[in-house]
Design a binder for this molecule. Structure first.
Ligand code: GLU
Length: 425
């Protein structure tokens, strides 16, 4: 069965990323040439390749790998499998990776990849052949010191294991540092699977604490998306005592005013069809649109781009929006939320926990020395709180909203590093 994602409006994510960039870069005193340089992707690879399906048919798939920047180090970013992937979306996601890595001070540039396919409509053996062939096609660009992929929507630890194996077979020895987000038994890191969601809640908790909200039991959280990010955001919020009153996935929203038992929900989705929430009975069914407009304190969009737009931003009742997804809020919606006094913790900070632990995984793989989960989580908290502080300081310095402050902080770092390195030749 093919599962359709909720209809997103036809808003071009790359245009959104560029508008955010233009807004932030205007505050910076950088040479115009460097501002123009960072506005462009560095290189873009498009590939079309055949995959043998289980019934013997050969199908042609299209995919991309885009490097936005390699100024601060090897480029880093996930690979997305979804029917609506296109080059502009991958460009936007690659650019956001550059700012995200710079913001949390990782020695990485930004990249992203994607394949146009419906992973819910393919068998594991078809997905394995697609992944191995795509990995081979983009081997022109990926390497452990050049460009390091990771999971994103529609891919997971198993996908990374196949990429690692394919690359390793080609060079003749195991190269764990070629990808991050691997299963733990082939060099993955403790805490990586949970890291993005955990980071979302670390940022939420920090914002609430700074605003004087010290009782988690009083705070009602609604989370859009119950994939990797939403699930572990809900789990960490629940474990800290927050009231998670609504969650959702492609099958709709699930609401319980008393708070959902997230351990129970996770036990349900572990065995449900495609791990979906459909049929979960200890909650009232609402729509995804109703979830976004729910009477709650914190809204965490952890699904897709362009979810909070000009059309529904006025309906948001939360006082805090924490962006677990990349690009869930359009610039028009940013302005509407700002005027309403809604505080936004932007994606490049709120969801940076994933790539942060990816970095830890890469370092562990290169050193063949592995950390325990306590060490991973301690370092994750340290990195995110430092980035949060940096953004607040920029916010005070420039008197701007938090998204613009986060982008200013990141663009400044990449821009100054570009200047220091100089323009070749
Ligand atoms: N796909 C994730 C993101 O958007 C993680 C990327 C990574 O770990 O490299 O941040």
């Amino acid at each position: 069965m093919a599962i359709q994602a909720p209809a997103t409006e036809h808003i071009n994510a790359y245009e959104v990323a560029l508008r955010q960039y233009d807004r932030a870069v205007a505050y910076l005193d950088l040479p115009q040439g460097i501002k123009d340089y960072l506005r462009h992707t560095k290189r873009e690879l498009s590939v079309n390749f055949p995959v043998r399906m289980d019934n013997g048919d050969i199908r042609i798939f299209s995919g991309y790998r885009v490097h936005h920047s390699t100024v601060l180090g090897p480029s880093k970013g996930g690979i997305r499998y979804a029917p609506n992937v296109d080059l502009d979306e991958v460009r936007a996601l690659a650019m956001w990776m550059t700012w995200k890595c710079a913001l949390v001070n990782l020695p990485y540039g930004g990249a992203k990849g994607g394949v146009i396919c419906d992973p819910y409509d393919m068998t594991p053996t078809e997905l394995e052949r697609l992944t191995r062939r795509y990995a081979t096609e983009i081997s022109l660009l990926i390497s452990p010191h050049g460009d390091i992929p990771a999971p994103d929507m529609g891919t997971n630890a198993q996908t990374m294991a196949w990429i690692m194996d394919t690359y390793s077979m080609t060079v003749g020895y195991s190269v764990p540092a070629i990808v991050t987000g691997k299963p733990i038994n082939v060099g993955g890191s403790q805490g990586r699977k949970e890291a993005t969601g955990r980071g979302v809640i670390i940022c939420m908790d920090e914002a609430l604490r700074r605003a004087g909200h010290n009782d988690p039991g009083e705070i009602r959280v609604a989370i859009q998306g119950f994939g990797n990010v939403g699930t572990y955001a809900a789990k960490h919020a629940f474990d800290l005592g927050y009231k998670v009153i609504a969650i959702s996935d492609v099958t709709g929203g699930y609401y319980n005013a008393q708070g959902l038992d997230i351990d129970d929900v996770m036990a349900y989705t572990e065995h449900s069809h495609h791990n979906l929430l459909e049929g979960y009975s200890k909650a009232d069914k609402i729509t995804n649109a109703e979830l976004l407009a729910l009477d709650c304190d914190v809204l965490a969009p952890c699904a897709l781009e362009n979810q909070i737009t000009e059309a529904n931003a006025a309906d948001v009742k939360a006082f805090l929006v924490v962006e677990g997804a990349n690009g869930p809020t359009t610039p028009e919606a940013d302005d509407i939320l700002f005027d309403k006094g809604v505080h936004i913790i932007p994606d490049i900070l709120a969801n940076a926990g994933g790539v942060t632990v990816s970095y830890f995984e890469w370092v562990q793989g290169l050193q063949s020395f592995f950390w325990d989960v306590e060490e991973v989580n301690r370092q994750l908290g340290r990195v995110l709180i430092k980035a949060y502080d940096d953004v607040v300081r920029t916010q005070e310095q420039y008197n701007v909203d938090m998204r613009t402050a986060a982008q200013i902080t990141a663009i400044k770092r990449v821009g100054e590093a570009t200047r220091t390195r100089g323009i070749y030749p």
